[in-house]
Write a protein that binds this ligand. Sequence first.
Ligand code: DHB
Ligand code: MG
Length: 605
Amino acid sequence: MATVSLSGTLVEKLEAASAAGFGAVEIFEHDLLASRQPPEEIRRRCADLGLRINLFQPFRDLDSRDPARLAANLERARRKFGLMERLGVDLMLVCSSVGDDAVADRDELAAQLHTLGDAATEHGARIAYEALAWGRHVDDYRVAARVAQAADHPAVGTCLDSFHILSRGIDPAGILDIPGALVFFLQLADAPRLEMDVLPWSRHYRCFPGQGGLDVASVALNALLAGYDGPLSLEVFNDTFRQAPALQTARDAHRSLLHLQDVMRRRIGERRSSGVRAAAHELDRVEAMLAPVAPPTTPGGLAFVEFDDEDDGALAGLIDRVGFARDRTAPDATAWVHEDVWLATRPSGADRARVSGLGVRVPDPGRAAVRARQLGCEVVSVEALGQPLQAVDAPDTTRVTFCPPRTPVGDPAHGGVPGLLGIDHVALTQPWYEFDGATLFWKAVGGLDSQASNDVPDPYGLVRSQAMTSCGREVSVVLNVQPRRAAEEGPSGRDGTQHVAFATSDLLATADHLLAADVPLLHVGDNYYEDLEALYAVPEDQLAAWRSRGILVDQTGRGRYLQLFTRTVGGVFLEFVQRVDGYTGFGARNAPFRLAAQSRTGPEA
Ligand SMILES: O=C(O)c1ccc(O)c(O)c1
Ligand SMILES: [Mg+2]
C-alpha cells in the first residue's frame, strides 16, 4: 500500500494499512515531510505494525543536460539515500523527468542513471526508474526499461506502473520482453476511462484494481510471467480516498488485490487454453504465487428484499396497497410473496424505511460464502427462507444473504399486480466515501459486472450512479451516491433514497391497478410530456395515456423503457418498469426529473 493512497497522518495511514492486512508500505515523501515523527520513529512504528517499507518515492527530475544541475540533483539523491538508511528502506523510485532540462539522449540518460546507481550503492540502496505517462522524453515503460538496462548497473532497475502504461493505451505485452530481474517494483492502479489529460487523470481519479475500467490484470500477470517476484503495490491518487476514512479505504484496497489475483488466475486459464506466449510451466509458476480465492459465483436472481420499516408500518401499508399477496409463512416479519420472490418488512425503530437485506440466489451458497470470506468479508449465519444460510454486509450495510437457486414457494394468498414479472433491479444509496468500495464489493463478492455509470443532476447536486448486473441480467443493483447537500439540507432531509423496481409486461395495466388502489404515484409535471412529444413525436392518445398515469419514457435506438414511481415512504419508493424491444438501461435520462419531483414538498409536490 502506498501511503499516498490513504487519508490521515502518516502514522494513521500506517495503522490503517496494517489493520487492513497489508504487509508492506511505500512511503510517499510528502507524508514523511508532513510527519512529526523522525524517520527512525516511523521505522519503529512500521516494525511494530508488521509493515515492511519496500519503497521510498518519488525522486523527481534526476537527469539534466546542465552539468551543475545534474551535480546538484545527485547530491540531493545522496541525501535521500541517507534518509532511506534511517527509514530502513533500500529502494527509491525515480520518476522520468518532466523538466525542460531533461535529457533526451538515451545513452546520456543511461550514463546519468549509472552514476546514480553508484551513489545508491554507497548507501546500500537501489533505484527503480519509472516512465511517467507525461514524462518529457520518457513516457513509455519500454523506453524506461531500455534505459535502465543500458545503465548497466546492479542497483538500477525499472518500476512498472499500470496506470502510466494503460492510460496511454500502450500494449502491456512488451512487459514479457523485459528481463524479470530488471523489474525492481510493480505499482498497480485502476482508473475510470476518461477523455482527459493523463496528469490530472492520474493525480485525481486513480482507483483500486477492479473499481475502474483499465485491464490491470494484464500488467500484473505479464510482470510475474517476466519473472518479477516482488510486491504487488497499490499506488492510488484519488480525491475521494484522500478524504475517506483510511481504514475503510485500506480494506477495500486489500479486497481489490485479492480480487485482482482471482482475475489473474482466470486469465492464466484462458492463456493455457489459447496457448498464448507463455509456457505452461511459467503459467503454473505464476499461478502458485497467487492468493487462493474460490471461483466466482454467478447470481441467478433475487430471492427476497427486506426493509427496515418505520414503526408505523408505513412501507408495509404501501406494499399492501400495491397488491402484493401476504405470505403467511413468515413468523417474525410482515412478508409478501410474488412467485418465488419475497418482500419483508421489519419494524426496526428506524427513523426512515430503508432496504436492509437482499437474498441473492447462487448455484452454491456455501462456496459463495467461502469466497466472500477469502475476499475479506465477515460471514455471519442467518435464518432466511426457513433455513440456515450465510450472509455478508455490503458497504452500505445492506445484508446480502446467499440463497439456494430455488426455494419452494410458501402458501401465499393470491393477491396480484397485473403484469408483474418480478424484481428488475434494486437501487441502493452509498455513503459518498463508499461508492468505489461498493462497486468492488458487488463485482468481487456479488458476481456483478459494471454497466453504465452516470452523474445525474439533482436539484441539490449530482447523484453518482453505477449500474451493476449479472451476466444474464438476472440480478441488477444500481449504486447511487446522493449529493451531500441533499443529505444535509434537502427538503426531506434526504440522506439518500433507495428503491426496488419491479418489472411488468404491461405498465399501463399495472398503473391503472395502482391508481385504483389509491397508491400515491409520483408526477413530474406537464413540461416533461411536452418535451416527450417533441422528442419522440408521440401520438396524442399515447402521450395522454402516459401523462395521466405519470409514466416516464426513455426511447433509444435499442428499445423503449417505461417507468412509474410511487411516492417515497421514509427513504424508500417502489418503481414499476416495462422494457420494450430489448432496452437494457435504467432510464438515466429520466432520473433528473424524478429527482426533482421527489425533492418537491408541500404544495410544490
Ligand atoms: O504523479 C506523480 O507525480 C507520480 C509520482 C510517483 C509515481 O510513482 C507516480 O506514478 C506518479
Ligand atoms: Mg507510480
